[in-house]
Each structure stands twice: as C-alpha cells, then as structure tokens.
Design a protein around this ligand. Structure first.
Ligand code: XIL
Length: 350
C-alpha cells in the first residue's frame, strides 16, 4: 500500500476508533487531525489529507506565511521547485536545493510532499526544448530525469504528478516535446521509470478541465483506461480544479466515481476559484460554495485521498499575473485573513 493511502486510511480508521492508529503498520509522520466534517450526515466520517501548494522563497522569507502553512495542512506541493527548469537546469546536472527546502520544511512539520511534476510541456529549460534530440535521446533524457528526481525524493514525496496536463484543450493528446518526439508512449515510459525509482510512491496523471464532463474529460478517461488496461503503473489521477465562482460542481461526484470504477485514487490537486476583480461579498460567498462543493465531493468519495489548493493566501496566488483582471482566488486574503471559503474548509483542516 502506498504511503498516502496508508495515511488517509489511518485517518479514516481514526474516525472509527477515536484516534488510535495502532493498526497502522508503517509510522506515519502525519498525526491524525480532526476527522469530523460539516458534510451531509450520510457522508462517511472521513477526511482527505488537506494540502496546499507552497513557495520555497516565501517559506524562507515570510514568517507568518510559513507558520500557518506548517500548522494547518497535511501535505505540501512545491509550486515550482520540482519542475524541470528548477531541478535539471543543465543536462544531467541536478539542483535539488529548493525542492529539498520544501521537503525539509514538510518533515519538520509532520507533513508529506505531493511531488510536482516530472513530464510537462511547460517550465522546461531551453537546453531541453531547443535541443533537437532524437527519439532515443529524449527517451533516455526523460528516464534519467524521472529516475533522478524520484530516487532523490524517495521517502519524502509520497505522491508524484508524473505527467502533467497530457490532454490538450482540443481533447487530443497535447503536442509537446514528449508526445511529438516520442509519441504517446512517453507517458508509459515516465510512469515505469517512476515506479522503478520508488515503488512506494503513488503515481498520478494530473490534468485541468477534466473535473466536468465533456470532450476533454472523455479523452483523459480514455487515456487513463488504456493505461490501466495495459497494467502500466498508475495509482491515481489529479484533478487540478482551477475554476471560477460560476463552476457547476454537480457532476463532480460522477467524475470521481469514474476513477473509483477503474480502481484508481483521485485527488483535488490545485484548486483555486478565481473571481473577477474587484470581488464583492456575493462573489466571495459563491466562491465559498464552490470550494465547499468540491470538498464535500472529495470527502464523500472513498477514493479521494487529498484535497489541495494552489496556495492558500491571495498574497502569493499565481492568478493575477496569469489572468489579468482576475484574482482573490484562494481561501485566505492578502493579509492572511480567512475569507468565507476558509470557513468552509476549516473543519477538515488540522
Ligand atoms: C504555475 C505556478 O503557480 C506559477 O508560479 C508558475 O509561474 C507557472 O505555473 N497548472 C499546473 C501548475 O500544473 O504547475 C501551474 O503552476 C498552474 C497550472
């Protein structure tokens, strides 16, 4: 059983037995937190691991930000620190400094790390994107990178987003350096290399825009189904959930069930709910409802292992610089004060 599953199940059992985790065969670094939630009475008494993306520079420089991140969440995702441009700036030369900083912070706070990400089309170094490599060379480069990272962070990272955003918005395999030079097999190659490097890490595909039914979700499901059918090592899928306050969450339970039927875990990996600026009180309430719906769906789905937001405070959200005119996307505001959305998440947090 993968570590993340052990931890989540420990929390489930803690709900039944009043907090004892004696049956847990492996020492977990995450103490059982509060398990009751405000969801419907019929929902099972469990909570997913609660997570957030963090920035190493902010953890080092912003004491209040670091203290809250350390005490509130179960899992941390490095927002940029484990991406290719950060970790392999020169071919075969690895820099784990900033990833290690987050892993060490997490360990010091009894948290685990959700590794992000090993094969993606974005935030790659120029030597890689402009290298004009042959197929064989790129396969070797991909395997070397995946092996190096997964081996280095073994024990610290319990879940990896092995492949990020494999499907394009046109609902076909996204054309990337990987898919164009290697073909669709790049996904399988990355997953197999990750499994070989750390058999205990859970391996995920992570995607946006597939939390609602539609052509992109269909394409994603077909990809996942094919990998499962061929016994390619895959443990779960991440639904990013970068959405707005008009997001319709009514189909979410069905989406999570698709993966349960395939025997896979699922995680909400990068949730934020962006608002058109300036955001008024009604927008903040709609935002809280969207966060609440997603958390309820995750709590109610036995295969939903973790629920993470893409940062926790608007002070460091990526949204305003990427989508001008939008912002206020996270549950805590720029002053680190809770918004209505934070209240909705509170009962599930540590
Ligand atoms: C974003 C980061 O938040 C930014 O700081 C960075 O400049 C660009 O990437 N989907 C993902 C994340 O999987 O890696 C992205 O993170 C947001 C969208």
């Amino acid at each position: 059983m993968r570590l993340a599953a052990v931890i989540a199940l420990t929390l489930v059992c803690a709900a039944c037995s009043g907090g004892s985790s004696e049956a847990d065969p492996e020492p977990t670094t995450v103490p059982p937190g509060p398990v009751a939630t405000t969801t419907a009475a019929s929902a099972p008494a469990r909570r997913p691991l609660m997570g957030t993306a963090v920035r190493a520079d902010a953890l080092a420089a912003d004491t209040a930000y670091a203290a809250f991140a350390g005490e509130t969440f179960d899992v941390l995702t490095p927002e940029n620190e484990m991406k290719w441009e950060s970790t392999e700036p020169e071919p075969g030369t690895f820099d784990f400094t900033r990833g290690d900083a987050i892993a060490e912070f997490a360990a010091a706070h009894g948290q685990t790390v959700h590794g992000h990400t090993l094969a993606w089309y974005s935030q790659n170094p120029a030597w890689l994107t402009e290298g004009a490599f042959t197929r064989d060379e790129l396969v070797a480069i991909l395997e070397r990178h995946v092996s190096a990272l997964v081996e280095h962070f073994a024990g610290a990272v319990s879940v990896w987003d092995v492949v990020n955003e494999p499907i394009g918005d046109d609902a076909v395999l996204r054309p990337t350096i990987w898919s164009e030079a290697i073909g669709p097999e790049y996904i399988e190659i990355a997953l197999r290399a990750a499994r070989a490097a750390d058999p205990d890490a859970a391996l995920y595909l992570n995607e946006y825009g597939v939390e609602t039914p539609g052509p992109k979700a269909d394409a994603f499901d077909a990809l996942v189904r094919d990998l499962v059918a061929r016994d390619v090592p895959l443990d779960g899928v991440g639904l990013q959930m970068h959405v707005t306050d008009t997001f319709d969450g009514s189909g979410l339970d069905a989406r999570l069930a698709v993966f349960a039927d395939l025997g896979l875990d699922v995680a909400i990996t990068e949730m934020d709910v962006r608002l058109e600026l300036p955001a008024d009180a009604a927008a903040l309430d709609r935002q809280a409802a969207v966060y609440g719906r997603a958390l309820d769906a995750c709590v109610a789905a036995p295969n939903c292992m973790s629920f993470a937001t893409w940062g926790w405070t608007d002070r460091y959200s990526w949204i305003p610089s990427f989508l001008p005119g939008w912002g206020a996307a996270l549950p805590w505001d720029e002053n680190l004060d809770p918004k209505p959305a934070a209240t909705v998440l509170e009962s599930a947090l540590r």
